[in-house]
Unconditional design. Sequence first.
Length: 128
Amino acid sequence: MTTLMDLAAAPLALSLSAVDQAPAVRAAVRAYAAKVVADIELLDDIELMASEAITNALLHGSVPVHVTVTTIPGMLRVEVDDQGPPPGSNTSRDDNNGRGLFIIDALAEAWRLTRERQGTRLVFEVLI
């Protein structure tokens, strides 16, 4: 018997080389997540977090930006890698922009932002 987890077993791996590709990548992340997530509100949250992570990578990093979505038992993981430094920490919740990490912190089960050898990696996970 095929389960929802089987349908999304293969990771989704995409690369962006321009800002105008972000909407298509965001839609692809949502479509992948929809294979394992039935809750529309959770799908909206996943899409929003992916959008914020991708936008941060495009604004603060350099192309290419790599997006990988995987499932592990009970969890959906989204990784966004770019070639730049991590975003600054001088943003407050009251600012008009720069709140992407605050949004991810509020919606994700777990997340981390790390400096890798060749750039920055943001990973967030949600329970499914």
